[in-house]
Design a protein around this ligand. Structure first.
Ligand SMILES: Nc1ccn([C@@H]2O[C@H](COP(=O)(O)OP(=O)(O)OP(=O)(O)O)[C@@H](O)[C@H]2O)c(=O)n1
Ligand SMILES: C[C@](O)(CO)[C@H](O)COP(=O)(O)O
Length: 238
């Protein structure tokens, strides 16, 4: 029986429309380094990952000036119009080098604050699980639903609600097939777990740190910088 290995796919082919800046947000600087370098540096420091497939926009030339992108454990793939297209493209590249039974961790390039301790915790919790799962944090705010007029239509019971984050960790073959089917059925899945759920399986939530934020809007960049500064003072016990 071959030893099960771990791989990563990093969707990084977005343009960051909601950031309202003139370069893709993954190339905005945090503490003197592009966001992508923070994220990939943390994944490269995770020793269990055989290779990291970074999925870039076909016209992305920014990556050529980043030394880290030439790391031997990094492989590039071409992204698509939507995040799910990019993820599937990355999974297809992995199928040529990995076993379908291997684990793949899909992590947004836009989440640079991922902690080593959360990566260890996710793998520790899921490595023997029949389906897999994802990092997340329980919702602590009261949740309102409102219409396009911003008028509240209901207060949503927050019991059992989670913020889904990444990495999301599933077996390569299972995830590839689930993503391909969801896309073929025109299901607009916004994360990998949704495709797994659509295939009839039930992923597990694994509680991680709330500072694993996705840099989406302007204020998120300053917050990510604060978190990275704060984390640099922590001695992570993995
Ligand atoms: N066609 C796409 C769209 C998004 N992503 C990636 O998916 C992650 C999460 O997407 P999001 O935060 O929405 O990034 P953007 O799509 O760039 O942002 P926006 O929706 O504001 O344009 C990001 O790391 C982004 O680079 C991708 O690889 N391919
Ligand atoms: C995958 C994800 O980060 C989980 O919360 C989220 O769904 C990505 O959404 P986006 O609109 O593509 O940023």
């Amino acid at each position: 029986m071959n030893k099960v290995r771990y791989w990563a796919v990093v969707p990084a082919a977005g343009v960051g429309r909601r950031m309202n800046v003139d370069i893709p947000k993954q190339y905005l600087e945090i503490k003197g380094k592009p966001l992508i370098e923070h994220t990939l540096g943390r994944l490269l420091d995770f020793p269990h990952l055989e290779r990291i497939v970074v999925v870039l926009d076909r016209e992305d030339e920014y990556h050529q000036s980043i030394e880290l992108m030439r790391n031997a454990r990094i492989q590039l793939a071409e992204g698509g119009d939507e995040r799910y297209h990019s993820v599937l493209s990355g999974l297809r590249v992995l199928l040529d080098m990995a076993d379908p039974n291997d684990w793949v961790l899909v992590h947004d390039v836009a989440r640079p604050c991922i902690r080593r301790s959360d990566l260890d915790w996710l793998v520790n919790q899921l490595h023997e699980h029949p389906v897999g799962g994802l990092l997340g944090s329980p919702v602590t705010d009261t949740i309102k639903k409102a219409g396009s007029d911003d008028v509240v239509s209901e207060t949503v019971d927050r019991q059992g609600l989670w913020h889904a984050m990444t990495p999301q960790m599933f077996r390569l073959g299972m995830l590839h097939d689930a993503m391909a089917k969801a896309i073929a059925d025109k299901m607009p899945v916004t994360d990998e777990a949704s495709a797994i759920e659509y295939s009839g399986k039930q992923p597990v939530m694994v509680e991680g740190h709330a500072d694993n934020i996705k840099v989406t809007r302007g204020t998120d960049l300053a917050l990510a910088s604060l978190y990275i500064e704060q984390q640099s003072k922590l001695i992570e016990v993995s």
